[in-house]
Design a protein around this ligand. Structure first.
Ligand code: NDP
Ligand code: HSE
Length: 435
């Protein structure tokens, strides 16, 4: 039996996600009330354009442009407007007035997360953000709660659906990056500014949020190393396929042990990498997302599903809403996430990874020895060398895979190879993960 007073829910934004939140709140009103023990009453929906067309069944009578009245009169505020301002100001206003806040805004969390979390903690409110990373996939709550008693060592994810779609199309049908981007645009996968996706900004924001939770450490977005997918060619894709690999844009957050590297810290980075097709992340196709977590006691875990979409994202928001509403009914302050570890975020040149360098070498005696010597002189250990014919050219196509090396050592190798008469062209330098 429902005894608690109705909880007043304010919705900021009625776009792809907000419209679906409004629909689910309306359609599932009775069931949600039964689960929470209180009615969830949608009291207003903030938009910019009151005259804009809304989906059929949308509760247009709740539309408003009066942010102050809506926010100050709510128990729980859902922010699905996106962008930094005025979303930041509205969330701070809501928290300071004692409301819990639910947001899907990864850009805001990655840039102003500390300010928002600190404010929530000071006033005893709670900030929920399950939808901010990989939309429908439950990954925030597992890191925040389920794995809270374990030691997470690495989080490696495909957290940007549009770039995974683009890379998958290039892999499957050998089409160009531009052609795959046109398809992704037509399917509505890319952000309005596609550089956010293809240059890795969106994935970097999500990586910062995942690292914050996994390692109890603040990760300023400018310390996330970021490379996009614009250098990936059909030729690179084909070579990866020939070797049993696939290229994925990975967001990696890793705990770096002091005994191996001299200083304990975390590394947070986004770049395209080769991974074996047999790796669980290698089989993530289309616009799907997946996050692969390694923890000391739990071992390897994989979270997979839809990383975007209005209804899918709304599912994660409704999950947060039920949690927030139950907490209101039960009483008690919000629980802040701990950043007690506060590990340093290490720069990319301190990180050890494996690389594959593809080059065209002059096909003459002694060339292989010259190339091997360049790696040895820079203390980069070769793990494998594959040679393929280069039809119509007087060169040999070489793939050189390395053992773990630092970025600095690898850069020195690349510079020396470029200067060597043994090498005609360096075709690509790409990292290998998951092997
Ligand atoms: P949309 O652009 O579709 O919708 C934004 C909504 O916010 C619109 O209704 C808009 O009003 C309103 N709005 C924007 N600025 C203002 C403002 N200054 N004042 C009042 N209202 C404003 O965005 P999405 O629904 O796609 O995304 C919302 C959030 O969810 C973003 O943070 C995004 O990163 C996140 N997200 C989205 C996913 C997706 O698949 N779409 C997946 C995961 C997260 P109006 O309608 O009048 O223009
Ligand atoms: N542009 C994002 C993506 C949307 O492609 O994954 C979801 O955050």
């Amino acid at each position: 039996m429902i005894e608690y007073r109705p909880l007043r829910i304010a919705l900021l934004g009625a776009g792809s996600v907000g419209a679906q939140v409004a629909r689910l709140l309306t359609e599932n009103k009775a069931e949600l009330a039964a689960r929470v023990g209180a009615e969830l009453e949608l009291v207003g929906i903030l938009v910019r354009d009151t005259a804009a067309a809304r989906p059929a069944g949308f509760p247009s009578e709740l539309i408003t442009t009066d942010a102050d009245a809506l926010i100050l009169g709510a128990d729980i505020v859902i922010e699905v407007m996106g962008g930094i301002e005025p979303a930041r100001t509205y969330i701070l206003q809501a928290l300071n007035s004692g409301s819990d806040v639910i947001t899907a805004n990864k850009a805001l969390l990655a840039t102003h997360g500390t300010e928002l979390f600190d404010t929530a903690e000071q006033v005893g409110a709670q900030l929920y953000f399950e939808a901010a990373v990989a939309a429908a996939i439950p990954i925030i709550r597992p890191l925040r709660e389920s794995l809270a008693g374990d030691k997470v060592t690495r989080v490696m994810g495909i957290v940007n659906g549009s770039t995974n779609y683009i890379l998958d199309r290039m892999d499957t049908d050998g089409i160009s990056l531009d052609a795959a981007m046109v398809e992704a645009t037509n399917l509505g996968y890319l952000e309005a500014d596609p550089t956010l996706d293809v240059e890795g900004y969106d994935a970097a924001q999500k990586a910062a949020i995942l690292a914050y939770l996994a390692f109890h450490t603040e990760v300023p977005i400018e310390k996330v190393h970021r490379e996009g997918i614009t250098q990936i060619t059909p030729e690179l894709m084909a070579a990866a396929k020939r070797d049993g690999n696939v290229i994925k844009l990975l967001a990696i957050a890793e705990r770096i042990d002091a005994d191996k590297y001299g200083e304990e810290g975390v590394s947070v980075r986004v770049y395209p990498t080769l991974i074996p097709r047999t790796h669980p992340l290698g089989s993530v196709r289309g616009a799907f997302n997946a996050v692969f977590v390694e923890a000391e006691s739990a071992g390897q875990l994989m979270f997979y599903g839809a990383g975007a979409g209005g209804t899918q994202t709304a599912s994660a928001i409704l999950g947060d809403l039920v949690s927030a509403a139950k907490r209101h009914v039960a009483g008690g302050p919000g629980l802040a996430d701990s950043v007690h570890a506060n590990l340093p975020v290490l720069p990319i040149d301190r990180i050890y990874t494996r690389y594959q360098i593809t080059l065209e070498a002059n096909d003459q005696p002694g060339v292989l020895a010259t190339i091997a010597n360049i790696f040895a002189a820079n203390e980069v250990s070769i793990e494998f060398v594959e040679q393929y014919p280069s039809p119509g050219r007087n060169t040999a196509n070489l793939e050189v895979g390395t053992h773990e090396a630092t970025e600095a050592a690898l850069s020195a190798v690349v510079r020396a190879l470029e200067a060597s008469s043994a090498v005609d062209t360096i075709t690509s330098v790409i990292r290998l993960e998951g092997i």
